[in-house]
Design a protein around this ligand. Structure first.
Ligand SMILES: Cc1cc2nc3c(=O)[nH]c(=O)nc-3n(C[C@H](O)[C@H](O)[C@H](O)COP(=O)(O)OP(=O)(O)OC[C@H]3O[C@@H](n4cnc5c(N)ncnc54)[C@H](O)[C@@H]3O)c2cc1C
Length: 427
């Protein structure tokens, strides 16, 4: 039984089987025989979403093709393709995703299953782009669901954590291909706060990163722009010095505050233009652990300032910056943005340093400001919290129970969160 670990190294599992079927028939045979099964995309989730002692199934090699409509506004895409593969294929056919997050190794289904998002005043998570699903159920049968067909299954599947079935293909909204101009600018945090509403209103995408002890925040603005030829610099930032700093802080945590002050210099002004699918993602090579809370939009700044003040007061060694984004309201049952437009705050810690107690305490601050966690990132919610935070949780659980009564697609973490009684334990 080979070991499996997630991207950050914090989740380790020993599945009884590792499977990478090439055909739907082979996948159906695996699913029908397995007592417990989880699908894994790129394993980029920080929570134990893919953890299983049953069958761990990757769809990366599964047959499938991209089918775009003529207007280049909708596409059926293989669910197991990485966003990198998908966005390149879309570009080759003259289309782009509406929005993307920071990186692109995630599978399309993994990103949609967890509500993965980028930033944008009026732009929702990737889950909001899903129009229909081709899904394999626990008995190996295949169904499609959309607002017009098996409507309840579709609503639950839009952000499902893989609990309803295995997504084989997903129909998504796309846009005709576009280029983006990226502007990186540094400012003191209070200047960012002062201008934030204006920047959110004026830019298609805006976000910032701020180190808890940093004097300057780095602001990233993205807007559609005419092409300026091939992209010469593929990454937004160079991580070489940052990696050295993290290693130093891991060895000597008391240096964190001092080392961070000037890590972002004043007066940064950088610009590049390129195809949207190349500008959105960057490579993140320094491994970290992450918690992210989605807050009512007006609670974003108070929560951020409170958590930074708490870190500074206690001189806590938090080596990574916070990331602050905005995400539009949606109507997805289990989406943290269901209640209204969100401010999204990510708290990271270097993977080689302690994070559990830091996150647990910071989580209290985010919860007190009305926050709900990103499902793929560290949180300590229990079943009662899920039902308290999500008015549609009972409906979600009912649809899950109707489609997978034996709990084949639930693991221990998800069974505890959603009250799943699992019939069979894996051998
Ligand atoms: C470096 C890094 C950067 C990140 N940046 C962002 C960001 O900018 N914005 C953001 O919101 N999140 C971000 N994340 C979180 C990440 O997008 C989510 O964890 C996402 O789920 C990862 O996709 P994956 O393919 O790795 O999924 P996995 O972690 O492999 O799986 C996630 C869930 O999807 C389910 N799943 C996967 N495939 C299928 C399928 N075919 N059918 C049914 N269920 C399936 C799995 O069972 C599991 O429940 C980041 C994570 C990392 C490590």
């Amino acid at each position: 039984m080979a070991e499996w670990t997630n991207w950050s190294g914090s989740v380790r599992a020993r599945p009884a089987q590792h499977e990478a079927p090439k055909t739907e028939a082979a996948l159906a045979a695996i699913v029908a025989q397995a007592s417990q099964a989880r699908v894994v995309g790129a394993g980029h989730s920080f929570m134990p979403l893919c953890d299983t002692d049953g069958a761990l199934i990757s769809l990366a090699a599964l047959e499938g093709e991209l089918r775009l409509n003529e207007a280049r506004t909708r596409a059926w895409a293989p669910a197991g393709w990485s966003l990198a593969k998908l966005t390149q294929a879309l570009w080759d056919q003259g289309a782009s995703l509406i929005n993307q997050g920071d990186v692109n190794p995630q599978s399309l289904a993994g990103a949609i299953s967890t509500g993965t998002h980028g930033t944008g005043r009026d732009l929702g998570s990737l889950s909001t782009a899903a129009r229909a699903f081709k899904l394999m159920l626990a008995d190996g049968s295949i169904v499609t669901c959309s607002p017009d067909e098996r409507g309840d299954l579709y609503e639950a599947q839009r952000l499902s954590l893989g609990l309803m079935g295995i997504a084989l293909a997903i129909e998504i909204d796309v846009l005709p291909a576009y280029h983006l101009e990226e502007r990186l600018e540094s400012y003191p945090l209070d200047a960012v706060e002062e201008r934030w509403p204006q920047w959110v209103a004026e830019n298609r995408h805006v976000e910032f990163f701020v180190f808890p002890y940093g004097e300057q925040a780095i602001v990233k603005k993205l807007n559609p722009a005419p092409s300026e030829g091939p992209l010469t610099r593929l990454n937004d930032m160079d991580e070489t010095n940052f990696r050295r700093l993290c290693d130093l802080c891991a060895a000597l945590p008391f240096l964190t505050a001092r080392m961070q002050k000037a890590i972002v210099p004043a007066g940064v002004r950088r610009r590049r233009v390129g195809p949207a699918y190349q500008i959105f993602p960057s490579e993140r090579t320094v491994r970290f652990e992450e918690m992210e809370y989605e807050l009512p939009r007006d609670q974003g700044w108070p929560a951020l300032k409170e958590v930074i003040a708490w870190i500074r007061k206690r001189s806590l060694p938090v080596t990574f910056p916070f990331e602050f984004r905005t995400v539009a309201q949606d109507d997805i049952w289990m989406s943290p943005f269901h209640a209204g437009a969100g401010a999204s705050i990510s708290m990271h810690q270097y993977a080689k340093m302690k994070w559990r107690d830091l996150f647990r305490e910071a989580e209290q601050i985010f919860r007190a400001h009305g926050g709900r966690p990103h499902w793929a990132k560290r949180h300590t919610l229990g079943e009662a919290d899920v039902h308290a935070l999500y008015p549609k949780a009972a409906q979600f659980c009912a649809v899950r129970a109707a489609h997978d009564p034996g709990g084949k697609f639930a693991n221990a973490h998800l069974a505890a969160l959603f009250g799943v009684r699992r019939e069979a334990k894996a051998a």
